[in-house]
Design a protein around this ligand. Structure first.
Ligand SMILES: [Ca+2]
Ligand SMILES: [Ca+2]
Ligand SMILES: [Ca+2]
Ligand SMILES: [Ca+2]
Length: 416
């Protein structure tokens, strides 16, 4: 290094020393200057359109099959299963699914067969039911028959001239509420005594939000996944499509950070300020907050792909803590109660996600994450839910639907 650069470096350090005179201790000894850090918190959830999904199997006349799932207020159920003695007909709810809760927030239960209809996928020309040689029981192979190039329609609106048994004579669908967010649906094949006994073929179900049409849209062409379900009772493609697009996703809420003055302490009772942060995403009780998404104009949560960023100055020995609510939970937050900002005199730098944990504030009893009625998206007002009377601790059993911390959030720190 040239003397010129050394000189410049000296001037710079003298300037910085003067600027950081607050760091003079009582004996007048100069301590290391503060470093300015930037922390970035990014929501790295993989965006998904639907909440969860599954399949149903082959249901012979006289048999039934049940499947269970979790769902919250605002969730809908869609499913489809083939009317096997046909070319491309299937039983399903309306294209937007059926509401699992009524307007008062009560679970819908009982016999819901009246909400199920027989649909024509519009992919294969209809033959006489139970007789046609291109229908699943008789066709020479999968995907055999005359292309229809039509759209998905209620069979009652198709007018193909054939007679079909009443829906209630073939299928019966029951919905039970098992408490909390748990439901069990049962599909019963009651066609044995009908004019045309038929198996119901492997199908698919999906729990989703209002306004979504995950299996088909009436009046438009069927997807390949639905075509295979409706013509051949093959649910593989539809299952794959739904599974890759279903799962737990959550925003993170405005949060708080502290330098030395910790936002929380593990194993201790949460402060009121932390309770509001962890239950309702409100950092109002803290002085140091991050609340505005990068590139956003006003405070709000961060969704997949969004991030928060905040800056602070710290000196060797200082410790960073922070907390941001995992919104689709009762009182869970992601953060740390203490990360050393220097490592042997060097400012910490880079990805520190592995130092971050998922914590339960211990203030509100946990429900199924993503569906519980006392979680922010579904609760009527803040601070709703049963008191937990616990302490802040790592959440080690969040439920299999909740990804690992590093698949939900990425935290980086950089000295400026
Ligand atoms: Ca057809
Ligand atoms: Ca066929
Ligand atoms: Ca809790
Ligand atoms: Ca709550």
């Amino acid at each position: 290094m040239s003397t010129k650069f050394l000189f410049r470096g000296l001037i710079l350090s003298l300037l910085m020393t003067n600027l950081s005179c607050d760091n003079d201790d009582d004996n007048g000894i100069i301590v290391a200057p503060n470093t300015s850090f930037t922390v970035t918190i990014e929501n790295v959830f993989e965006a998904k359109d639907y909440f969860n999904n599954g399949t149903t199997g082959f249901i012979q006349p006289g048999a039934s099959e049940s499947f269970s799932f979790d769902a919250g207020k605002g969730h809908y159920l869609s499913f489809a299963t083939m009317f096997v003695q046909s070319n491309d007909l299937f039983y399903a709810s309306a294209d937007h699914g059926l509401a699992l809760y009524d307007d008062e927030g009560n679970a819908v239960t009982g016999d819901i067969t009246s909400l199920i209809d027989l649909w024509d996928a519009g992919t294969e020309v209809n033959e006489e039911p139970g007789v046609g040689e291109n229908q699943a029981p008789r066709q020479s192979g999968a995907n055999t028959g005359v292309d229809e190039n039509g759209t998905v329609a209620l069979i009652g609106n198709v007018g193909d001239g054939f007679a079909y048994p009443e829906d209630e004579a073939v299928i019966k669908v029951l919905l039970e509420h098992d408490g909390g967010t748990k439901f069990t649906a049962t599909i019963e094949n009651v066609s044995a005594a009908s004019s045309l006994p038929t198996p119901l073929a492997p199908g698919a179900w999906v729990v989703h939000n209002d306004g979504q049409t995950p299996l088909f849209v009436a009046g438009t062409a069927a997807t390949e996944g639905l075509e295979r379900v409706a013509e051949d009772g093959n649910n593989e493609i539809l299952e794959e499509t739904l599974a890759s697009n279903s799962g737990y996703v959550s925003p993170f809420a405005p949060g708080s950070f502290g330098i030395n003055d910790a936002v929380f302490t593990a194993s201790e009772v949460a402060s009121e300020a932390l309770e509001a942060l962890a239950e309702d995403g409100s950092p109002a009780g803290f002085s140091l907050v991050f609340n505005t998404p990068v590139g956003g104009g006003s405070p709000g949560p961060i969704f997949p792909g969004d991030s928060y960023s905040f800056e602070f100055e710290a000196a060797e020995g200082d410790v960073l803590s922070f907390a941001t609510m995992l919104v689709q939970s009762n009182d869970w937050f992601v953060g740390t109660d203490g990360i050393q900002l220097y490592n042997n005199g060097t400012p910490v730098s880079g990805d520190i996600t592995n130092l971050i944990g998922l914590f339960d504030a211990g203030t509100e009893t946990d429900e199924y994450a993503g569906a519980g009625r006392n979680q922010p998206v579904r609760q009527g007002e803040p601070n709703t839910g049963a008191d937990e009377n616990g302490v802040v601790e790592l959440e080690t059993n969040p439920g299999s639907q909740v990804p690992n911390v590093s698949d939900m959030i990425k935290v980086t720190i950089n000295p400026n």
